[in-house]
Design a protein around this ligand. Structure first.
Ligand code: SF4
Length: 321
């Protein structure tokens, strides 16, 4: 159940990487929050910084500037017992179930790893039962515990990844493109599983994806990222019904509509050019070289993310008074 309590608060977060070619500004001044029990979707093209943002939020990467507060505590300053509790409460499900699960380990051992690290079972038998229970929770069965990862399909492997994350009874899970590597027919099954688990266990999700279609079904709110910044963030319904940022409008116009008549009449907004490099992003609005509404001002001033309608935040000069 969604509440008003904020489980995660991200304030002016920056994450830069130094490379031979210069400084890659993967996340460049991003602020948002996630309420307990909700799903915030983060969407954008590959290279927009969404995965780096998710990983910096849970301390996999150190930050360059800004802060991330989890239950009010600075994620990057946690130490000792608090850090251990954080690594139990906060989990991640990776994009690629093929490379994120150790092929040399039995599935039961993969799932039990976290249980052992946090000493959550008092006997081997308790651990075995817990692993079987977790496999059943994600739609697999106890016999799967003694098999190896290569014996499973992509969808089943992602279920194993979810069971591994659930083993520690987390409160918050970063789902880092968990369906992108799967067949379209399997994607909905995994999304439905994540929705069911959220309801049953009161989980909070940060759900990262590269297109807006599947995010719609799972997210309460959606943030659209473009070149290290947030272009728009609002309730999922408002975003799909009335996108305000020109980039969101273009992304949404690219989603196919099942009705052929509506699809034929729909106006597709073509994005000009490629996503510029985050090492040398355009001055002013980062979207300006692809935006059909760009003006001289857009080349000079970076638009701030502002509340244009209640709970609807947009970074675009078009909406300035
Ligand atoms: Fe387009 Fe200007 Fe708005 Fe950027 S600020 S999205 S360039 S109109």
């Amino acid at each position: 159940m969604e509440s008003t309590e904020k489980i995660l608060e991200v304030n002016h977060l920056k994450k830069y990487f130094k490379s031979g070619k210069g400084t890659l500004k993967a996340v460049d001044d991003v602020s948002f929050f996630i309420r307990k029990g909700e799903t915030l979707g983060i969407v954008g093209e590959s290279g927009c910084g969404k995965t780096t943002c998710g990983r910096t939020c849970i301390g996999i990467y150190d930050r360059t500037a800004g802060e991330v507060l989890y239950k009010g505590k600075d994620v990057h300053k946690l130490k000792g017992r608090e850090k251990k509790a954080f690594t139990k409460e906060v989990q991640i499900i990776f994009q690629d179930p093929y490379s994120s699960l150790d092929p040399k380990m039995k599935v039961g051992d993969i799932i039990a790893e976290g249980l052992r690290a946090h000493q959550l079972c008092s006997s081997k038998e308790e651990e075995r039962q817990r692993v079987h229970q977790l496999l059943e929770t994600v739609g697999l069965n106890s016999e799967h515990a003694t098999r190896y990862v290569h014996e499973f399909s992509g969808g089943q492997r992602q279920r194993i990844g979810i069971a591994r994350a659930l083993a520690l009874e987390p409160d918050f899970i970063v789902c880092d493109e968990p369906i992108s590597a799967l067949d379209v027919s399997i994607q909905a099954q995994i999304v439905n599983l994540l929705i069911r688990l959220q309801k049953e266990k009161g989980l909070t999700y940060l759900f990262i994806a590269h297109d807006l279609s599947m995010v719609k079904h799972i997210s309460n709110r959606v943030a659209v990222m473009y070149l290290g910044t947030i272009a728009e963030i609002t309730d999922a319904k408002a975003l799909y019904q009335k996108p305000l940022h020109p980039y969101t409008q273009a992304l949404l116009s690219a989603i196919p509509i099942p009705d052929p008549k509506v699809e034929e009449e729909k106006q597709r907004i073509k994005l000009n050019g490629e996503l510029p490099s985050p090492i040398d992003p355009p001055a002013g609005c980062r979207f300006r070289n692809r935006c059909r509404y760009a003006t001289e001002r857009c080349a000079k001033e970076r638009p701030e993310l502002r509340e244009i309608e209640p709970n609807h935040f947009v970074a675009c000069h078009l909406y300035d008074q």
